[in-house]
Design a protein around this ligand. Structure first.
Ligand code: NI
Length: 208
């Protein structure tokens, strides 16, 4: 009897492996990812509509159909990255003529909803350019919108004085007049590059 035991164990292990394979094994459908590439990031963010809150109440992306929207995720206490990005967007805006500018809207979405109230954002964003507004929402709303656009952020622990910083992605998203996410620009994009992404989209709105 004892001599049968190892065989029974082997049979049991095989049976478990077989069941596991049947339940969970999926043959990989894609070729091996070349080194240095992140296959998990291959799917592009879809963007899409959202409704948040600005200094004058609810702000929906859909409010700006017919305009090119330049979207950025950041926060008003950001020491350097956000002011740099927003300044470059503002410089780009200032290169547009009046007719073009009427077809453009900049939106800063706060990744620090605890401190960035709608009124604080209403003070902060237009400081860079009158065509830039700031919006916020609940932590859940912000998280959902960031997810739509593939943006991420992480709050650092507070120091003894209650201060904290928030790491965040620093892409500038360009949304077409139909509300569709067209492209995203890296942090170090120049005002000219930002405008170069906006202008072809503006052209389609100018006759309307
Ligand atoms: Ni920032």
């Amino acid at each position: 009897m004892n001599r049968k035991r190892p065989l029974q164990i082997v049979a049991l292990v095989l049976a478990v492996v077989l069941v596991w394979l049947l339940l969970y094994w999926e043959p990989s459908k894609t070729a091996a990812t070349p080194p240095g590439q992140h296959s998990a990031l291959a799917s592009a963010p879809k963007g899409g509509d959202f409704t948040l809150v600005g200094g004058n109440g609810p702000v929906a992306l859909a409010d700006y159909r017919g305009k090119v929207v330049v979207l950025y995720f950041g926060y008003t206490y950001c020491p350097d990255v956000c002011p740099t990005s927003l300044s470059r967007i503002a410089q780009g805006f200032s290169e547009l003529d009046a007719a073009e500018l009427r077809k453009v809207q900049g939106i800063l979405i706060s990744v620090d909803p605890e401190r960035d109230t709608p009124l604080r954002l209403a003070d902060y964003a237009p400081f860079f350019h009158p065509s830039l507004i700031g919006v916020t929402g609940t932590a859940e709303q912000i998280s959902a919108v960031a997810g739509q656009y593939g943006a991420s952020y992480r709050k650092h622990p507070q120091d003894a004085d209650g201060h904290y910083s928030v790491d965040h992605t620093s892409l500038t998203y360009i949304i077409g007049p139909d509300g569709k996410l067209m492209t995203s620009l890296p942090y170090d994009s120049t005002p000219h590059q930002i405008i170069a992404s906006i202008r072809p989209l503006l052209a389609s709105t100018m006759n309307q």
